[in-house]
Design a binder for this molecule. Sequence first.
Ligand code: 9PG
Length: 764
Amino acid sequence: MSSVRFEETESGPALVSGGLRLAVDRERGTFALTDTAPGGAALVDAATAVTLSDGRTFTSSGARFVPEPAAPVQDAQGSGLSLRLRSAGAAGAPVVTLTVTLYEDQPFAVVQSEIENTTGEALKVASFRVVDGARVELGSPAAGWKMYKEGWQNWSPAMVLPVSGEDIYMAPPVIGPITGPPSAAGRFLSEMMTAIVDPASGAALVAGFISTADQFSQVWLDRGPAAVTAASYADGISLPPGAALSSERLLLEPSREPLASLQRYGDALAREMRAVPWPQPVSGWCSWYYYWQGVTEEHILANVASLRWRREQLPVEYVQIDDGYQAGIGDWLTPNEKFPRGLGWLAGRIHDSGYRAGLWLAPFMIGEKSQLWKDHPDWAVQYKPGRPYIAMINWDQYCYAMDVTRPDVLEWLEKVFRTVFEDWRFDYIKIDFLYAAAVDGIRHDPDVTRAQAYRHAIELIRRLADDRFILGCGHPIGPSIGLMNGARIGPDVAPFWYPAERPREPGRSDLSTVSTLNGIRNVASRFWMHNRLWLNDPDCMLARDSDTAMTADEVRTLATVIALSGGMTLDSDNLMRLSPQRLELLSMLLPVYGRSGVPLDLFQSDLPQLIELDCGTHRLLGVFNWGDAPAEVRAPLPPADQHAFEAWSQDYLGVVRDSITVTLPAHACKLLALRPALSQPQLVGTSFHLLQGALEAGAEHWDGAALRLLLRPVAKREGDVFIRADAEPRAEGAAVRRAGDGVWALRLRIEAETELRITFDDPL
Ligand code: 9PG
């Protein structure tokens, strides 16, 4: 138990907790945060600043900090010690205060800026630079670093960029409109948070906002000065004389383990925002990626019937109707002619078949062709006075951004969602294109930030949804936390690998359009959100081998990424047209394990080639080739003997240690089950579930000369359990065959939890 210590030094006060030291320079109006271990990361010369809408900036840099006495705090992050540092600016200027906190047993600091209007007139606050151009010291020059770039909303790319290159260009709605510093050579911009890693030294810095309800925030790195700035946007809301306004709270963690620090940041963000991930994994079927907008009532009924027929093989919980049932964009309560019996009736049929019912809506979009727009041409956010804000051109029309600060809009939203939940009885909603509520424009209420306008509307939906499942999509990340149970974390997958129009610069200029590869990229990067902020939705599984341009390898890669994400697992196919092989593939994803893997080389590779999932009894290692040609991929392994079994081919690869090299076709993967090698017979893999025993295999123990193996039923009822043994095994009810050198396949059915008793012939 490390407690936080206060020290008074010549240059100013300091806080110390474990190996973390935060020292204030009173005269210069800055602080430094240092990992005191040799070679540890540091953030130095960190000043804080506030900018008003008229362009005036007040900074602590060069102005003195006047520290108040250190005070104990107890908040969502635990107990600690805080220092409030008032920056005494010029006479008549507002007062800028920085609060810095260290916590017991936490390797991070939390800092927050505040402006107090000590002037006689109202001020409009544009933004805080909670940390303004602070120098990052990681050991070697910034040109060799890697930086995690987080996106504004779920379709925005989230990925690690080499700092030697340049940032990637993105346009709204994938980035927050208007927010942000001017782009500059060597400037890398990330939304809400970042992790900066020096691969040469191993040192890293995580800088991320942990409160995200009221203000959008960004963090950027400037390569030249190796300086980081963390901004929190107040969007020009007014501050009356005598009032104070705070920025969001920023976590700063010098680190040597960036992957662990990302997860710790996710934990801190989830605690602060009271995240509401769903307690169980979620599985289902979704209409979008096969039927698109052409979906009909008959299609839904036919797939529900198909699921029913295969209830054992495809044990999913939800049937989700996507885009295509509504009369117009905004006319959610009026079904079109393809849904003649209405949505309430259809939800009833889904329930009768034993499934929970889900419905898609884009509640903050108003299509110009909708009845809603005809009735309410004044409901849009304005881009200039009198001009409605176009949130997107989609569905062959301009779609306007809804002004959710209008009381009549909130009343309408309440009516829509009450109908969906109470009359139609849906259990699950996929609310989509949500960013439309958070665009930068003129609203009925001028004194709310974009984030507040958005969050207030989502809060209403959350209240109406009660304990039903909310899946967010097209949503800005920060202000959604604490209100959504599940969240899409990437662009849409598709029945093709690359974006339909291949970008000129492969993989760089078009990272947010519909394509399976684009979807997968974000699933790998945003692993740290899963089960913390919400359940990650890696987007749907497309298992089909007709009506698709995906190769069998690409389909297996998508399945592997979804399985290793631990996230929501919804299939989106015409189930009647799935071949027995592809049905079996789907089966092997069910039930959903629910825990996320870790992209081991996130900070080394352009796209992680190694995703590891620890299942307790064994580890799974997904090894991927993202290249367009066959390639060898080398995966480092612990320096101990372990059995390697490949899940897709069901090949035993022998005992491995230190590393393994696999040869992979383009866009293909291997999924290795790795188990510590014992000097006795043991389970090495199964063909029941892709995760190789995580769900279907329980404890293994010896009873005299017999190996007892606990087995549980999963979706696939008949399959093989692979046992490594020198002598041939026997077990009641299992047909045994040799499956490789020293490996035996025991074919059996698992209908109920059973203990398999395996005996062995004497070795010759
Ligand atoms: C329904 C779809 C599905 C899908 C959602 C979302 O940029 N765009 O034009 C764009 C269009 C559609 C889209 C994403 C981006 O897909 O992610 O799952 O529900 O809407 O229309």
